[in-house]
Ligand binder design. Structure first.
Ligand SMILES: Nc1ncnc2c1ncn2[C@@H]1O[C@H](COP(=O)(O)OP(=O)(O)OP(=O)(O)O)[C@@H](O)[C@H]1O
Length: 307
C-alpha cells in the first residue's frame, strides 16, 4: 500500500470576487508521478503555486506528510520549477546551481557536491562552465530541473515543464523526468494529455477550477473506454447523406460527424460493424474505411474538457 505524501483538502483560491480554484481535494501517493491535466485557464498554475507555497490559499488545507506525519512547513521538502523560470544569462550553469543550493539552505561544500552531481544527472556536465545565455530551451529547462532537485526534495512540482520546448527538448526533459520519478514523487501540470500519458501513473483532470476526473491511468482507461467505430465514406452525396443519418441507428449511442468521417459510440462493436456494412451496401454507400476499437484517453479528455 502506498501512503500519501501530499494531501489537499477543499482548496480554494479567489482573486477578488472570482473563485478560480473551487474547493478541490486530492492526494498524491509517495513514489508516484501525477499529472495535473487541464485546458488553458483551468486553474493549474494557481493550484501549483499554492502547493509550492508561493500563493496563499483562500480556503482549504495542504499537507505534506513525511514518514506519515504532516510537517509544519512543507516548503523545504518541495522542489519547484515554475512555468517560466528566470535565469541570469551571465551566470554559468554551475554558478547558478551553487547559488540555488545555497538559497535552498545547503552548506557550500554540500552545494558544490550536489551541483556536480546534478550537472551530470541532467546531462549538462560539459556545459556547466558555459554561460546560461548560450543554452538552448531544453538545456535551460534541464538546468531548471537540477535547481529544483538540488536539495533532494520529497516532492518535485513542475508547472508545464515541456510546453515551451521544441520536440527534441521535450523528449529530453520527459526522459529525464522519467528517470527522476524512480526516486522522487513528481507532480506536474500540463495541458497535453500525451505528456501525461508518457510518464505518469496518476491523472488529476481539472476544468474551470474543479476536479473533473481523478485516478490512475490504468483505472481511467479501463473504466471509461467505450466501444467505438470510426468510419470514413466517399465524397458523393448519397454517402454523405447516409453518414449524416447514421447516428439515428438504435445501436449508436453517440455520433460525431465531420466531413466524410464519423466517430460512433456503439453498444457492441462487432454487431454494429456488421450492421453498418450491410446497411452501407444496401444504400450503395462507398465506405473508405471502418475501424472498430475502443475510445482512447484522448477522446475522454476532449469530452471532459468540452462538456
Ligand atoms: N493573479 C490573478 N488575478 C486574477 N485572476 C487570475 C490571476 N491568476 C490567474 N487568474 C485567473 O485564474 C484562472 C486560472 O488561471 P491559471 O493560470 O491557474 O490557469 P492554467 O490552468 O494554469 O492555465 P494555462 O494553461 O493557460 O497556464 C484564469 O481565468 C486566470 O485568468
Amino acid at each position: 500500500m502506498t501512503r500519501p505524501l501530499l494531501q489537499v483538502k477543499e482548496l480554494i483560491k479567489r482573486f477578488k470576487e472570482r473563485e478560480v480554484v473551487k474547493g478541490i481535494s486530492f492526494s498524491v501517493a509517495e513514489g508516484s508521478c501525477a499529472a495535473l491535466l487541464g485546458p488553458n485557464g483551468a486553474g493549474k498554475t494557481t493550484t501549483i503555486s499554492m502547493l509550492a507555497g508561493l500563493l496563499q490559499p483562500s480556503g482549504g488545507s495542504i499537507e505534506l506528510l513525511v514518514n506519515g506525519s504532516p510537517v509544519p512547513d512543507r516548503r523545504p521538502y518541495i522542489g519547484y520549477l515554475p512555468q517560466t523560470p528566470v535565469f541570469y544569462p551571465w551566470m554559468t550553469g554551475k554558478e547558478f546551481l551553487l547559488y540555488a543550493g545555497e538559497l535552498a539552505g545547503l552548506k557550500s561544500r554540500e552545494a558544490a557536491l550536489e551541483t556536480a552531481e546534478w550537472l551530470e544527472a541532467v546531462g549538462l556536465k560539459d556545459a556547466g562552465n558555459r554561460k546560461i545565455g548560450g543554452y538552448s530551451g531544453g538545456m535551460k529547462q534541464r538546468l531548471g530541473l537540477a535547481q529544483a532537485l538540488i536539495h533532494r526534495p520529497k516532492l518535485l512540482i513542475l508547472d508545464e515543464p515541456v510546453s515551451a520546448l521544441d520536440p527534441a527538448g521535450r523528449k529530453d526533459v520527459l526522459s529525464l523526468l522519467q528517470r527522476i520519478r524512480q526516486e522522487t514523487t513528481v507532480l506536474f501540470s500540463t495541458h497535453v494529455l500525451h505528456d501525461a500519458e508518457e510518464i505518469c501513473d496518476e491523472i488529476l483532470m481539472i476544468r474551470e477550477g474543479e476536479i473533473a476526473l481523478v485516478g490512475s491511468l490504468d483505472h481511467i482507461r479501463r473504466t471509461y473506454s467505450e466501444p467505438v467505430i470510426r468510419l470514413e465514406v466517399g465524397g458523393d452525396e448519397a454517402s454523405r447523406a447516409w453518414l449524416a443519418a447514421v447516428g439515428a441507428k438504435d445501436f449508436v449511442s453517440q455520433a460525431e460527424t465531420s466531413g466524410g468521417r464519423a466517430k460512433l459510440t456503439v453498444t457492441d462493436v462487432e454487431q454494429a460493424s456488421l450492421a453498418l456494412m450491410a446497411d452501407a451496401v444496401a444504400h450503395r454507400v462507398m465506405i473508405r474505411s471502418l475501424e472498430a476499437g475502443q475510445s482512447t484517453l484522448e477522446d475522454l479528455f476532449l469530452k471532459v474538457v468540452q462538456s
